[in-house]
Design a protein around this ligand. Structure first.
Ligand SMILES: Cc1ncc(COP(=O)(O)O)c(C=O)c1O
Length: 376
């Protein structure tokens, strides 16, 4: 009997951040999330919440997320109801559930590239025939709509986009979004859009989730990135498509249907105070973004970039000697700095991802400047 288990590749980015060597690093130059809040900071947004948390029952919660939490999520999405939502253990579980439920052996799946690895690897592990949709730096990392159209024509079951994009920060224009939806209309299949970076920069009232735009779109989102709450492990899947949501719910019953009650309680506070939390996180990110801009201006001989339109990631080209995998290894060994190379996103060996969501980026960049000045 053949086994698909071993076809799931190592999650290099995860290993890089969580591995033993990484624990010795003094600075992470590539975090992909906003500055995390403490429990106390989050509770402070809601009078009486600290007392309510201590009184919270640790009974089973509602299946696929409690109704209150699902209503809070759907309330932020035009034309989406609580029944259209499945709450998951972070966005990663949403990716795993969706691709396990919707992809079958031989399914044609189109994936935007570069990619956050699980968006591609889980589909490949399920036995999909993957068609990569390469996005190029010369085009500002834009989606090539003609190529997307051509790939979707050929009986594509699922197309997967990530908007705002990790690692490039690319966001399509409204006209490009219309074109993507028109292609979906003509070609059938499902469109999964990973929207975990929506909300940074704020002003996201202008952001219409894809699930609200088209009945065959599936939005995947969560509280880890723009809310700065990765430790809550709250993600969700949203869609009007009964078949897709039904398949996910059925799969979920066999693994774990429930959301931790304390996380759910805290998530409801975060959603209620979305605007203030996004503002807080953007104030921090804007400062780190300014430090990054200054750093890149100073080191034009070594780095160049297309500034990201959204999210907290920048995909920066390295013009120094050697590839970025080697650069990353040397930085960790010689300067105790973590810098994620483009290989982790299936995108060659010329770029690095720099994350500007957190406060300590300026310190880390100053150490990187020292290392460069030392002639490394
Ligand atoms: C595009 C994208 N999707 C999903 C995730 C996973 O997020 P979570 O921590 O909520 O599982 C990440 C994390 O880096 C990501 O960048």
């Amino acid at each position: 009997m053949t086994s698909t288990v071993h076809t799931l590749p190592a999650h290099d980015l995860m290993t890089f951040f969580m591995g033993e060597a990484a624990q010795r690093a003094t600075h992470n130059l590539s975090p992909s999330f906003g500055e995390p809040l403490s429990v106390a900071e989050l509770l402070d947004y809601e009078p009486g919440a600290a007392e309510a948390l201590t009184a919270l029952s640790l009974d089973y919660t509602g299946v696929d997320g409690g109704v209150a939490l699902r209503s809070d999520i759907s309330g932020r999405m035009p034309d989406i109801d609580a029944d259209d939502i499945v709450v998951t253990g972070g966005a990663d579980e949403a990716i795993a559930l969706l691709l396990t439920a919707l992809v079958e052996v031989g399914s044609r799946v189109v994936v935007q590239s570069p990619a956050y690895l699980p968006l591609r690897s889980v589909a490949a592990w399920r036995g999909a025939q993957i068609s990569d949709l390469p996005c190029r730096e010369e085009a500002g990392w834009a989606i090539d709509l003609d190529q997307f159209d051509a790939l979707c024509q050929r009986g594509c079951r699922v197309a997967i986009l990530n908007i705002p994009h990790n690692p490039t920060g690319y966001i399509p224009t409204p006209a490009e979004i219309d074109a993507i939806l028109e292609i979906l209309d003509r070609t059938g299949g499902w469109l999964i859009v990973d929207e975990v970076y929506a909300g940074i920069p704020p002003g996201e009232d202008a952001w219409t989730p894809f699930a609200s735009r088209h009945p065959r779109c599936i939005t995947l989102n969560g509280l880890s990135k723009s809310y700065g709450l990765p430790g809550l492990r709250i993600g969700w899947i949203a869609s009007k498509d009964r078949e897709a949501i039904g398949l996910v719910k059925r799969l979920r019953q066999h693994f774990n249907s429930f959301t931790p009650a304390p996380s759910q309680f805290l998530a409801e506070i975060a959603l209620k105070h979305t605007a203030a939390i996004h503002r807080r996180n953007w104030e921090i990110a804007a400062q780190s973004h300014a430090a990054l801009t200054q750093f890149l201006d100073t080191h034009k001989d070594r780095f160049s970039w297309t500034p990201p339109a959204g999210g907290v990631n920048a995909f920066v080209r390295w013009h120094g000697a050697g590839g970025t995998r080697d650069l990353s290894d040397r930085l960790l060994a010689e300067a105790r700095l973590l810098l994620a190379p483009s290989a982790f996103f299936g995108a060659g060996d010329d770029h690095v991802r720099i994350g500007f969501g957190k406060r300590d980026l300026a310190d880390g960049l100053s150490r990187l400047s020292d290392w460069l000045a030392a002639g490394s």
